[in-house]
Design a protein around this ligand. Structure first.
Ligand code: C2E
Ligand code: MG
Ligand code: MG
Ligand code: MG
Length: 291
C-alpha cells in the first residue's frame, strides 16, 4: 500500500488516465472500513433453483456497495482491492454477520432457507475462521447447515494443503461447502476427489451459451457425471437463456442459478420471490416443455 501511494504522481507524467485509476483504487481501499460501519454495503440474494424437484430453498448472498460519491461499485472491482490491501477479512466478517442475522430474522418468521457466502483465499488461510463462524452461528442461534461457503477453484490452488485442512475443519462442523467458478481454475476434473466439498458450481462461461454450443453442453455433462460419481451436488451458474434450461436438465445438473430465474434481490424482495415461486415456476418449466 505504501508503494501504491507513491505511484500516482510518478506515473501520471507518462501514462495519462492511469493516475485517475490509481486514485479511484486508493479511494476505494481507503473508504472500505468506514463504508462498512456506515451502512454503504448491503447484501443481495440470488435464488438457486432445484430444477428436478422444481423447488427453491437456497440462495447465494452477494455483497453490494453504494458509494456516496462514486456510486455503485461492483464486487469484481472492490473484492480484488480488498484482497490486495488486507481489508478482505473486514468484508467477510461483515457479510457473515449480516447474513447470519438475516437468517435468524427469516427463521423467526418461519422462513427457512440456506444461504451461501463467498470466501476469499485470505479468509481460508485465517486459522480462526472456523471458530469465528461457529461463534456467530451460536450467537444468533442459527443451525450450521443454514449457511454454506463458496470457495473458488483458483483460491484452493494457491495453498492447497492449508486450505484443504481448513475446509475439513468447516465440514466437520456441519457447514456445507461448494467449489465456485469450477472449470476456470486450471485444475483437472480428477482433482475434485481431493476436495472435501459437497457441491460444485460450474462456471457461467460453460453455461451461458449452452443452448447453442455443443462443446459447452458436453463439458457440463461430463463434469456433472464425474461430480455425481463422487457424490457431489452440481449447480450451473449464469443461465440466462430459456432454451438452456432443457440442456441443463438433460445434463442432470441439480440446481441452476442465473438471471433466467432471478437476478440477485434485496432481502425483502427475495423472500417475496420465494413465496411466489410455486406459482411462477409452472410458467418457467412450461416454457421448457414447449420446445
Ligand atoms: P460468484 O461468487 O461466482 O457470483 C456469481 C456472480 O455472477 C454474481 O456477480 C452474480 O450476480 C452473477 N450472475 C448470476 N447469474 C448471472 C447471469 O445469469 N448472468 C450474468 N451475466 N451474471 C450472473 P456479482 O454479484 O457481481 O459478484 C461477482 C463476484 O464477486 C462473485 O462471483 C464473487 O466472486 C465476488 N463476490 C461477491 N460477493 C462477495 C462477498 O461477499 N465476498 C467475497 N469474498 N466475494 C464476493
Ligand atoms: Mg459464489
Ligand atoms: Mg461463481
Ligand atoms: Mg465469480
Amino acid at each position: 500500500l505504501e508503494n501504491a501511494r507513491q505511484t500516482p504522481q510518478r506515473i501520471a507524467e507518462y501514462l495519462p488516465g492511469q493516475d485517475e485509476l490509481h486514485q479511484r483504487e486508493l479511494t476505494l481501499i481507503r473508504d472500505i472500513p468506514y463504508a462498512l460501519e456506515s451502512g454503504q454495503f448491503f447484501a443481495v440474494y440470488q435464488p438457486k433453483v432445484d430444477i428436478h424437484a422444481r423447488s427453491c430453498k437456497e440462495a447465494e448472498a452477494l455483497i453490494r456497495w453504494q458509494h456516496p460519491t462514486l456510486g455503485f461499485v461492483a464486487p469484481d472491482e472492490f473484492i480484488r482491492l480488498a484482497e490486495h490491501s488486507g481489508n478482505i477479512g473486514l468484508i467477510t466478517n461483515w457479510m457473515l454477520q449480516h447474513v447470519i442475522v438475516q437468517l435468524a430474522t427469516w427463521r423467526a418468521a418461519g422462513f427457512t432457507v440456506t444461504v451461501a457466502i463467498n470466501l476469499s483465499v485470505h479468509d481460508l488461510l485465517n486459522p480462526k475462521l472456523a471458530e469465528q463462524i461457529l461463534q456467530l452461528l451460536h450467537n444468533y442461534d442459527v443451525p450450521h447447515d443454514a449457511i454454506s461457503l463458496e470457495v473458488t477453484e483458483s483460491a484452493i490452488m494457491q495453498d492447497t494443503a492449508t486450505i484443504i485442512a481448513q475446509l475439513e475443519r468447516l465440514r466437520k462442523l456441519g457447514i456445507r461447502l461448494a467449489i465456485d467458478d469450477f472449470g476456470t481454475g486450471q485444475s483437472s476434473l480428477a482433482y475434485l476427489k481431493q476436495l472435501p466439498v459437497h457441491e460444485v458450481k460450474i462456471d457461467r462461461a460453460f453455461v451461458k451459451d449452452i443452448h447453442h454450443n455443443n462443446n459447452d453442453a458436453l463439458i457440463v455433462k461430463a463434469t456433472t457425471q464425474l461430480a455425481h460419481s463422487l457424490g457431489l451436488v452440481v449447480t450451473a451458474e449464469g443461465l440466462e437463456n430459456p432454451t438452456g434450461l432443457a440442456e441443463l436438465l438433460q445434463c442432470q445438473c441439480n440446481k441452476v442459478q442465473g438471471y433466467f430465474f432471478s437476478r440477485p434481490l434485496e432481502a425483502e424482495k427475495f423472500s417475496a420471490w420465494i413465496k411466489q415461486f410455486p406459482e411462477q415456476n409452472q410458467q418457467w418449466f412450461a416454457q421448457k416443455e414447449r420446445q
